[in-house]
Unconditional design. Sequence first.
Length: 154
Amino acid sequence: MRIAVVYYTRFGHNTVIAETMARELGAELRRIETPKQHGYQYMGFASTFNIRMKIAAMDFDLSAFDLVVLCTPIWAWKPAAPTRTFLREARLPARLAVCFSTGGGPTLRAQEKLKQDITGRQVEVVAFGEISTDKADDDALREAARRFAGRLPK
């Protein structure tokens, strides 16, 4: 099975998580990047008001993969704005797994928002997961990423 792990990170937590998952799954790794790093106020504002954030050019055609694993932080109870831009522009395969990094808050609202973002796209979310980054060191993040990867359909 051909798998891609796609991630966005602001402070590096999702780099640790995504790299671990890619190794565990034998997957290709791709990073969503923004041309400019914005401050907390703009990030929260963009998420709250669904403002599309620019992301750097990347290969958006993931349709040849069997599964895409998306790793994203949550901003204002939604997937991070750069991740939402990626979801709007990407050609996704039929199966998507999503792992949220969170400071400890609930992810249900972010799950519902992500489902809305892919409505009509013929993409099934096969797994949702969450990894708390609150007080977690890299080893704890790696272990949580391995557990999530182990739950994914092969």
